[in-house]
Design a protein around this ligand. Structure first.
Ligand code: HDD
Length: 704
């Protein structure tokens, strides 16, 4: 029967209407209130006239609740909408007072709170975590002299040289305007049409088609400030700087097939990974690196340091590691913090300054403007996540959602109200206030008003070529595959041909592979605006076999597939060695309720096989009795579990009982297929790239 609360009670208890308590226990005995502070007596039922009668308009409890719910969403970011963030701190290794007066860089060992948001670029807020895409890497430093936002990406260059092209770039990569798809994907006509017509995107597109854009986790990406910035010391001397973030966890990527499958298995894969790592105390860490240089060094380079499509190879100018960032706290509330955080490259502190990079200059306008439209008010800086952790005092007043209650009459400056004993408000601070670096360093940085791209920005291919030639051979074939895959989704053939013409300038071998993969004739190279240089390769750009390709199980996971009858001591020993190596053993079985191992005991199962394919882990072990294996041999999820681990070049440990399953999954013995003993730990921390040619046909060079 119906009760006051609307829940069915033990009906038939004499027809008595009594209250059913649906809430969990509430030890604090807190009461629900409306937003006006009125205690709510019933949160289950609208106010009605009679038991089955009409709802009354006067029900302010209902109206306020629904009204607020209706407005829960705000416009999502036009780009970088999908993101995950965490709190942490930046700790300085040594004082940098010789090159910057920035307060956070003065005292070795000092910690500055940060809030860091990682994002994809193209997809909406609800899109998956693993498309092929650039990752945003935005850090808000809450320094004692105000907020400094370093709003970078996981790629050290950008698609375009001038901010005026940004809306075109983003329109081209987003869902096509008439059809509303594809979501979070660059593999479509409009994107490649734009790219093929923008040779300046050549360097960035090589990075975008590399394994950099399919990272294994957000903990395994580098970060870059991209533009050349300046550091300014107390004497007013300016030093050019490029910012880098180096992951202590190493660099690691997925195979494309794996990234696609993760998207289905766990659309929140990267967010969950970051969350879980922080929750278990395995705090991700990056070191802040600086490349600093002066005007003379800049003048000697074969490209312009104001051009954001160029890097300075680490081999030419080493990266100095000056501190570390540790992310150790997940936000309390996703919307309040991760969604409402408002980064802006224009947020800099005394001791940091801009250069005339035309992309950076455009960004300085855009972010403040977008926050107004996204967060709805010029007072967005008062939202807790955006508030500086130092005093904020000025005469800016009013506006929507003003949270402060300034006292007194003084809302202008200068004022003489102090003479009358009134509150007078703050004053300028010539000694410590922000001052812009006075002079342009080069005469070409001033002159007539022009809409022009300087000749020093004209070389669009040399660094793209250098990037490609710096990669490991396995990565090179991934680049060729990525171009082939993406261009295969382009319907309009002339776009593909034009892109091949650009690739001819990057590297004829790459162009030939892609043309072969598309089964299209190789066109002549497109015209170039400047000669293409053969620069020395930069090994620091590799992921595979590079400096940050850490062969480790630390922070990585191993899926241990078991079934009833699996050998208990082997399973226990494996868990122990993986844990000892800092890895995460995950017991995977056909049923979540448990599995009876060889010792007859019911063992805990962490994940159910069908819901946790091997793409979720970094290596697998398969421990099965003969009967257990027989029970799984016709189970698609089990066969696929092993087949994918092998195809994704992961280590596989298996006991004798598991062999028939391995055979069915097409596993061919190699050094990554090992016994389930202590040696597995060394094998499990890496991928077996040599296996790749045997499992997938990547576009190879004609000579291969
Ligand atoms: Fe941007 C967001 C990074 C060029 C305009 N950008 C945004 C975010 C990152 C970047 C990481 C997300 C911040 C967050 O997590 O909230 N953007 C870059 C980098 C660029 C770049 C590394 C080139 C080096 N961006 C760029 C240009 C413009 C913008 C040239 C416009 C002229 N970016 C925006 C924006 C966004 C943004 C529209 C969308 C959401 C936001 O600002 O807060 O203003």
């Amino acid at each position: 029967m119906a009760t006051k609360s609307g829940f069915l009670t033990e009906a038939g208890n004499g027809g008595e209407t009594h209250r059913h308590e649906p809430q969990a226990a509430n030890p604090a005995n807190d009461h629900l209130t409306t937003n006006q502070g009125i205690k709510v007596s019933d949160n289950q039922n609208q106010l009605k006239s009679g038991e089955r009668g009409p709802v009354l308009l006067e029900d302010f409890v209902l109206r306020e609740k629904i009204f607020h719910f209706d407005h829960e969403r705000i416009p999502e970011r036009i780009i970088h909408a999908r993101g995950s963030a965490a709190h942490g701190f930046f700790e300085l290794y040594e004082s940098l007072s010789d090159i910057t007066k920035a307060d956070l860089f003065q005292r070795a060992g000092e910690k500055t709170p940060v809030f860091t948001r990682f994002s994809t670029v193209a997809g909406g807020a609800g899109s998956v975590d693993t498309p092929r895409d650039v990752r945003g890497f935005a850090v808000k430093f809450y320094t004692q002299e105000g907020n400094w936002d370093l709003v970078g990406n996981n790629i050290p260059v950008f698609f375009i040289q001038d901010a005026i092209k940004f809306p075109d770039l983003i329109h081209s990569v987003k869902m096509e305007a008439d059809r509303g798809f594809p979501q979070a994907a660059s593999a479509h006509d409009t994107f490649w049409d734009f790219i093929s017509l923008m040779p300046e995107s050549s360097h960035m597109i090589l990075w975008a088609m590399s394994d950099r854009t399919i990272p294994r986790t957000l903990r395994n990406i580098e970060g870059f400030g991209i533009h050349t910035f300046r550091l300014v010391n107390a004497a007013g001397q300016s030093t050019f700087v490029k910012f880098h973030w180096k992951p202590k966890q190493g660099l690691a990527s997925t195979c494309w097939d794996e990234a696609v499958k993760i998207a289905g298995a766990d659309p929140d894969f990267h967010r969950r990974d970051l969350f879980e790592a922080i929750q278990r105390g395995d705090f991700p860490e990056w070191e802040l690196g600086l490349q600093t240089f002066d005007q003379a060094f800049a003048d000697a380079l074969p490209f312009d340091v104001l051009d954001p499509t160029k890097i300075i190879p680490e081999e030419i100018l080493p990266v100095r590691l000056v501190g570390r960032m540790v992310l150790d706290r997940w936000p309390d509330n996703f919307f309040a913090e991760t969604e409402q955080v408002a980064y802006c490259p224009a947020n800099i502190v005394p001791g940091v300054d801009f250069t005339n990079d035309p992309l950076l200059q455009g960004r300085l306008f855009s972010y403040l403007d977008t926050q107004k439209s996204r967060l709805g008010t010029a007072n967005f800086h008062q939202i807790p996540i955006n508030q500086p952790k130092c005093p904020v005092m000025n005469f800016q007043r009013d506006g929507q959602m003003q949270m402060q209650v300034p006292k007194g009459r003084a809302n202008y400056e200068p004022n003489s109200l102090a003479d009358q004993g009134e509150i007078t408000g703050p004053r300028e601070c010539p000694a410590h206030g922000f001052t812009t670096v006075a002079a342009a360093d080069a005469p070409t940085e001033q002159g007539d008003k022009l809409r022009i791209r300087p000749a020093s920005f004209a070389d669009h291919y040399s660094q793209a070529r250098m990037f490609y030639r710096s990669l490991d051979v396995a990565e090179q074939s991934h680049v060729a595959f990525a171009f082939t895959f993406e261009l295969s989704k382009v319907d309009f053939a002339p776009i593909r041909t034009r892109m091949l013409g650009n690739l001819m300038n990057v590297d004829p071998d790459l162009a030939a592979r892609v043309a072969g993969g598309l089964n299209m004739p190789l066109p002549a190279a497109n015209d170039t605006a400047a000669p293409v240089l053969d620069m020395d390769p930069s090994p620091a750009l590799k992921i595979i076999n590079g400096k940050l390709d850490l062969h480790t199980l630390k922070g990585r996971s191993v899926g241990i597939l078991v079934a009833d009858g699996s050998d208990a001591p082997t399973v226990e020993a494996l868990k122990a060695v993986v844990t000892e190596a800092g890895g995460l053993p995950v017991i995977v079985a056909p049923k979540i309720g448990g599995v009876t191992l060889s010792d007859g005991k019911l063992a805990k199962v962490d994940k159910q096989l069908a819901g946790f394919p091997s793409v979720m882990v970094d290596a697998i072990a398969v421990i099965l009795s003969d009967d257990g294996c027989a029970s799984l041999i016709n189970e698609g999820a089990a066969v696929q579990y092993v087949m994918d681990a092998f195809g994704h070049l992961k280590a596989i440990a298996a006991d004798g009982g598991a062999q028939p399953l391995l055979n069915k999954a097409g596993v061919v013995p190699d050094e990554g297929v090992v016994a389930p003993n202590k040696g597995f730990v060394a094998a499990a921390g890496k991928r077996y790239w040599d296996r790749e040619p045997g499992v997938r046909k990547l576009p190879r060079a004609p000579k291969d």
